[in-house]
Design a protein around this ligand. Structure first.
Ligand code: CP3
Length: 347
């Protein structure tokens, strides 16, 4: 049996025109059909943990817009919740994991076995989604990168900078902070392998909070865990597309490209296009990077930005996306215009 033709997967080999297109957070509050389902349950986690609902939500943007890839509806914080922390999503504030993990003594509270059983709803949703997706549409599984997940785990209920407690734990007690990163690395590998077994065709890692790390800390806390995760996945799945989104990492993104086995870098909106073309695209696929506010605003500015991204990156290996997640106030018409502009682009 030959494998189905999936433009998103083909783009990892060669330039595909028009380029494959999907949007980070494409299943979410800007969609009326999402808000309708969301209003029927008491909280966001219930959506993630009810496979029928998670599948319907994952498919919503595919049905409406025909994106080339679906991303499973879930959250990066379900993994630390499976490891034993209590997770709370409250409207209008950042999610919280409690009690905070800030010392060696706190680490023993984390579950080191059987945590995957708490993630079964997402694995079931992946399998069901794959069976219901059009065959040409790819399915993306995901996880948070260990550093970013650790920022939430160490933060607990504190209201300060998201990264403060993780940095302090690392600076004061690098050995035990590294143990936390190792626990997360192992659990993330396990979880991603299960996602691929359930039907994910590609994997994206989200590193949202590595943007202001000094280079040596970046190497220890972001680059190294990501290199370990990709190495393990690569041994098991030599062809698996592994994408990495590392917001705010600027020039250091080059290190992921040269020192890890990822397949693609999803660049944020502040990454210069000419730099991405020259420094990243020769060795990795580049995904990105329209500013979500340009999409929200729409109009001629958005169209010029889309054209500029296409001009720079579409001749190489490229997937069109945003530079961060779509904003809840984004008009549907602007998403329709974006798709038309990308698919009808002529250089
Ligand atoms: O992209 C997708 O459509 C897949 C689903 C997805 C969600 N979160 C759903 C979600 C993915 C890939 C994520 C990743 C995620 N979650 C990240 C990394 C990417 C980034 O944005 O930097 C982070 C840091 C989180 C943690 C998280 N989850 C935050 C900070 C918030 C609150 C902010 C917000 O947008 O509300 C969430 C909640 C969340 N995760 C929502 C969705 C659709 C909103 C929940 C709701 O409907 O009330």
């Amino acid at each position: 049996m030959t494998s189905p033709d999936r433009p998103f997967l083909r783009a990892f080999e060669n330039s595909v025109m028009p380029p494959p297109l999907w949007l980070m957070r494409q299943a979410g509050r800007y969609l009326p059909e999402y808000r309708k389902l969301r209003s029927k349950v008491s909280n966001f986690q219930e959506l993630c943990n009810t496979p029928d609902l998670a599948v319907d939500i994952t498919l919503q943007p595919i049905k409406r817009f025909g994106f080339d890839a679906a991303i499973i509806f879930s959250d990066i914080l379900l993994l630390p919740s499976a490891l034993g922390q209590e997770l709370r999503f409250e409207d209008g504030s950042t999610p919280r994991l409690a009690p905070a993990i800030r010392t060696n003594g706190d680490l023993i509270r984390l579950r080191e076995d059987n945590y995957i059983s708490f993630l079964t709803p997402t694995l079931d949703a992946l399998a069901m989604t794959r069976s219901r997706l059009p065959k040409e549409t790819s399915l993306i599984g995901f996880a948070g990168a260990p550093w970013t997940v650790a920022t939430y785990m160490t933060r607990g209920d504190s209201t300060g900078d998201t990264r403060a407690e993780a940095k302090l734990f690392y600076y004061r007690d690098p050995k035990n902070f590294t143990r936390l990163l190792d626990i997360l690395t192992r659990a993330t590998i396990d979880y991603l392998v299960k996602q691929v077994e359930a039907g994910a065709n590609a994997i994206q890692l989200f590193e949202s909070w590595a943007g202001d790390l000094p280079e040596n800390v970046f190497r220890d806390c972001s680059l190294k865990p990501i290199a370990n995760i990709t190495k393990s996945l690569r041994e098991k799945y030599p062809e698996l597309p592994i994408l990495l989104f590392s917001k705010g990492s600027g020039l250091l993104q080059k290190l992921y490209a040269t020192e890890t086995d990822i397949s693609a870098i999803s660049i944020d909106s502040a990454t210069p296009l000419s730099w991405a073309k020259e420094e990243l695209q020769p060795c990795k696929l580049v995904q990105g990077n329209l500013d979500p506010y340009a999409l929200l605003a729409g109009g001629p500015h958005m169209e010029r930005e889309i054209d500029s991204i296409m001009e720079h990156l579409s001749p190489g290996r490229f997937v069109f996306n945003l530079g961060h997640g779509i904003l809840p106030a984004t008009p549907i018409e602007n998403v329709e215009r974006l798709i038309k502009r990308v698919r009808e682009y002529r250089s």
